[in-house]
Design a protein. Sequence first.
Length: 150
Amino acid sequence: MGENLETVDTWLDEINLHLNLKKTSVICFSKQGCKLDKPELRYKNSKILYATSLKFLGLHIGEHLTRKAHINKVIQSKAFTTIRNYLTVKMKRSLYFEVVHSHLGYLSHVWGYCNDEGLQRLVVMQKRSIKILFKLHPIRGLLRSMFIHH
């Protein structure tokens, strides 16, 4: 692996590029449950860290090539509770489409074929975001009427 890093270094020098080690990490792809040896990697006397997931063009890719890493990033909480009191219904709708819906739609053709558990987690996150944003009752909030009327 060290020889490959030397080749990368030579190539980068030839095209006058530099590797930013603060933004560089290594990921090893494997089947779930399979442990790989991860030797220490160094580039110009700096250690390169291993990652369990990485972001590439907005898609979060996990070391097992499942869609779980991307779904987890999309599900991360949206802070609507503080701002919702100052927005009109039209502004709340726009905020929903900008923050939640856009994440669900972006690259959905790539990560959308996940298992039922992953899809269910996304649906729950989507419903929770709408209920928080529009101050709907957590259990009895009728989301269908929100979509139809607004």
